[in-house]
Design a binder for this molecule. Sequence first.
Ligand code: F6P
Length: 327
Amino acid sequence: MSKVKNIAVLTSGGDAPGMNAAIRAIVRTGNYFQLNVYGVMYGYRGLINGEIMKMDSRSVANIIQRGGTILKTARCKEFFGYEGRQRAYEQLKKYQIDGLIVIGGDGTFKGALTFSKEFDIPCIGLPGTIDKDIDGTDFTIGFDTAVNTAVRAIDKIRDTAEAHDRLFIVEVMGRDAGYIALHSGIATGAEHVLLPERPTKIQDIINELQANERRKKLVNIIVVAEGDESGGANEVARAIKEQLPHFDTRVCILGHIQRGGSPTCMDRVIASRLGYAAVQALMEGKHHNCMIGIVNNQLHYTPLEKAVKARQGIDPEWFQMIRILAS
Ligand code: F6P
């Protein structure tokens, strides 16, 4: 016997490729088990404003391969206030919704946690962010696609860098986390990777660029996470040009192209597994107010209060490896 009859799903915060695959899994699993499944448009904002629609298997046809989110997304200040959450609850009551699945990052989970405590609505969080900066999961929906987009772009940049013997500073996304920079940097043989998790001495990089020049290594790629304390790719380029004006230096900021595009197989599979598991958890009345992630290829349940932005440092060995492999 299912503990819930009517469930809702929303996407919130920055979109991430694979969110649609998760929505599809939730709707189809819910329908299979004879639950009513509602989609909430524009995240918590739509919940407050009652932008809620019933979904069925056909309404999620042909979306597994699409980036973005058919439910749209928003960042909603109103939901941080009690009054906003009260209005959201009224809407849930109107539709007799007794379980909520939220797909997003740690801001999304914080909102769900407060909401569920105040109004006794079971909530399940699914990690959906390209930044992969959530504790309690090895992967987040969207990271694999975003990092592969960055890799493809940097490979192209290397072609032209090679043709001109240039230094390229490539900025990738990651306001608070450097996983996209780290992984794309390793995968493209970048000479340096700059991340918010680790302070960078630009002087060390400049010294190395000079040493590279002396040994006729004239093509260099530096991958910078947007949140690195150096101030991003333009700032890094400015500091390098000051001391190395003869270097032929270019900047490329990849930006939001990393957020879009068709999700990779991995993101589709993760999203499908998590969406399916979220409905099961609500039906069984288990793992309420948890985020479901994947650790060692197994489903992993983390209480929402613990599912915050991951703050773990990155093993310094990785940076040594990057330098050795790019030599
Ligand atoms: O989705 C996470 C993220 O891509 C961050 O890395 C980035 O700083 C932020 O979103 C930008 O989001 P927006 O442009 O939507 O405010």
